[in-house]
Write a protein that binds this ligand. Structure first.
Ligand SMILES: Nc1ncnc2c1ncn2[C@@H]1O[C@H](COP(=O)(O)OP(=O)(O)OP(=O)(O)O)[C@@H](O)[C@H]1O
Ligand SMILES: [Mg+2]
Length: 234
């Protein structure tokens, strides 16, 4: 199914649905009673004070953290009732992550880092290297493809991480402070890239402290003390 098919056939059904989600570490409540539907058309920002649970919520949306209560559906499936392999499959095929720490593999070149998620993808027409190279070009790093992470600046490493997150065309892109290590001159470029992915039918969720970054989104939620305190559209 292509992206265009996804947007036209998914109608208004949410891509992700969180119902009464809670997460506690020991006795400590980190997230409480989160009810949230995310649609393929959403470009959403998550803001809130440090420690309010933003990264934890992103971890749940990315199937990296298991909530301690509530229900979590994705693409119509109850994700925590899926077998491990089906869950990994969903994670690999539908989700893209951009972390604040880039988590690039140090021994691989930029190109190899971007191509890596494709090793688990179904075959496509273009070779993995060609797809990865095209993605690196989109983030302006065509000429750095053979550099290793240690030979790249922080901003360049972040762009490699973004290219890697986008190379499998995720249905849901999750980004935690994606501009945190980038010079401000690059923010618009990165956010435009997210905007294009969203226009192609993927949901984008960006955790940010910066109002200018949040302004690129069209839906805005905020957290305080592990609870959803607002949900609005612009
Ligand atoms: N593994 C863990 N064990 C115990 N507590 C944790 C764990 N991970 C996070 N927390 C706590 O959960 C709360 C929410 O953390 P989280 O990282 O989601 O906040 P955040 O909103 O992303 O903050 P920041 O803006 O600083 O990144 C914090 O109080 C944190 O101390
Ligand atoms: Mg955080």
């Amino acid at each position: 199914m292509t992206y265009a098919d996804h947007t036209t056939t998914a109608s208004d059904a949410p891509l992700v649905s969180l119902s009464s989600i809670g997460l506690t570490y020991g006795q400590l409540p980190i997230l409480q009673n989160i009810n949230l539907d995310i649609r393929a058309s959403d470009f959403m920002s998550i803001t809130g004070p440090s420690g309010s649970g933003k990264s934890t919520l992103l971890g749940i949306l990315g199937l990296l953290e298991r909530p301690t209560s509530g229900r979590h559906w994705m693409a119509g499936q109850d994700v925590w009732s899926l077998r491990d392999d089906a869950q990994s499959q969903l994670r690999g095929s539908a989700l893209g992550f951009v972390f604040q720490q880039f988590h690039l593999l140090p021994e691989l070149s930029a190109l190899e880092n971007v191509a890596r998620p494709l090793r688990f993808a179904p075959r496509s027409g273009a070779s993995d290297r060609d797809r990865a190279a095209a993605m690196l070009e989109r983030v302006g790093l065509a000429d750095r493809r053979h550099h290793r992470p240690a030979q790249l600046s922080g901003g360049e490493q972040q762009r490699v991480a973004i290219a890697r997150a986008l190379v499998r065309q995720p249905k849901l892109l999750l980004a935690d402070e994606p501009t945190g290590n980038l010079p401000q001159s690059m923010w618009t470029e990165v956010l435009d890239l997210f905007g294009r992915l969203n226009a192609d039918g993927a949901a984008v969720v960006v955790v940010t402290h910066d109002p200018m970054v949040a302004a690129h989104a069209r839906r805005h939620i905020s957290l305080r003390d592990g609870q959803l305190t607002s949900d609005s559209f612009t």
